[in-house]
Design a protein around this ligand. Structure first.
Ligand SMILES: Nc1ncnc2c1ncn2[C@@H]1O[C@H](COP(=O)(O)OP(=O)(O)OP(=O)(O)O)[C@@H](O)[C@H]1O
Length: 303
């Protein structure tokens, strides 16, 4: 039985498709990244999985049961900015959530607050919390009822690198406990270090579902970046442009070009035969940012 299953999930607002025939399946214990630019349909998909929005067509299932339904009791969510009562403390906000769920367990509140390192701020009013503290409290709230499935919409939005690393560490730990996590982001570097599988959505359509490595690999195979330096940089720049490459300036007096992997040896040979003394030629790994943007763009091109 899959932990999360979307089957032909579709949401139309008036005539626009926010989510268009999206199907995927996530197994228990997986952490999956949900990538896409702003407006791609991530939030709407997560809302449908969490039973907050009714699909126009298709269905969502959590732990085998159709959404909405009792399996939602096993779901923790953090969808968009978590909202809290500003005049209550972190502790009282969580206490309120627990009371609403009819399961007040103060030991558990203490446990989740400690887990996101908010014990010391537990008695402070929310209005005094930083954005990072709010995000961490949002995660604590999502974990309160010991969910088996976590649906997280951009949980690191607006955090500094330290805050991002902290949330990432928290999520790794949650996943080690066997919780299934679907986490959306448009900030790719964050997902890159957390997940092994990604779903890429653009304009409501699922463009990619597979291992992160294959997403980056697929694009690397088509085109890689070479960073070059030469004793005469101006001449190198002119030559590369003359060969038809788009040249980008790099730090430290270097230039970079993108080209198919198979052409790299030929380029270096041509530069040498044209009398350029290349002092450095380095292949740069495609970052997830490059990979995913190129994938999206390639798929947008008319056939
Ligand atoms: N309630 C709504 N009414 C009308 N259109 C909506 C509604 N909610 C979302 N949309 C539209 O659906 C599309 C997908 O939005 P969605 O919020 O799911 O994208 P997203 O990938 O989560 O983007 P972001 O990262 O900006 O939140 C957008 O074009 C959006 O304007």
């Amino acid at each position: 039985m899959s932990a999360i299953r979307a089957t032909h999930l579709t949401k139309r607002y008036r005539r626009a498709h926010a989510v268009d025939d999206v199907s995927f399946e996530i197994q228990p214990g997986e952490i999956v990244g949900f990538l896409g630019p702003n407006g791609a349909g991530k939030t709407t998909t997560l809302r449908m999985l969490a039973g907050l929005v009714r699909p126009t067509a298709g269905e969502a299932r959590i732990l085998g049961a159709r959404v909405p339904g009792p399996s939602l009791l096993s779901v923790g969510t953090m969808i968009e900015e978590p909202s809290f009562y500003p005049y209550l403390s972190g502790w009282d906000n969580l206490r309120h959530t627990a009371l609403l769920h009819g399961a007040l367990d103060e030991a558990r509140i203490r446990e989740v607050l400690a887990f996101v390192r908010l014990e010391d701020a537990a008695r402070k009013k929310l209005s005094a919390y930083s954005q990072g503290m709010r995000q961490r409290l949002g995660l604590a709230r999502a974990l309160l009822s010991r969910p088996k499935v976590l649906l997280l919409d951009e949980p690191t939005n607006g955090l500094d690198p330290v805050g991002i690393a902290e949330i990432r560490e928290n999520l790794r730990e949650v996943a080690r406990g066997g919780v299934t996590i679907l986490i959306s982001s448009h900030i790719l570097a964050e997902i890159e270090k957390l997940v092994e599988r990604v779903l890429v959505i653009e304009q409501g359509k699922l463009l990619f579902d597979g291992p992160l490595r294959s997403l980056t690999g697929r694009l690397e195979a088509a085109s890689v970046t070479y960073v070059l330096a030469a004793t005469d940089l101006a001449a190198l720049r002119q030559a590369l442009r003359g060969y038809g490459y788009t040249v980008a300036e790099e730090a430290g007096g270097r230039l970079s070009v993108q080209l198919p992997e198979a052409d790299a040896a030929g380029l270096l040979a041509r530069l040498a035969s044209d009398g350029h003394s290349v002092t450095e030629a380095r292949r740069r790994e495609a970052s997830l940012e490059d990979a995913y943007l190129r994938l999206v763009r390639a798929d947008q091109r008319p056939a």
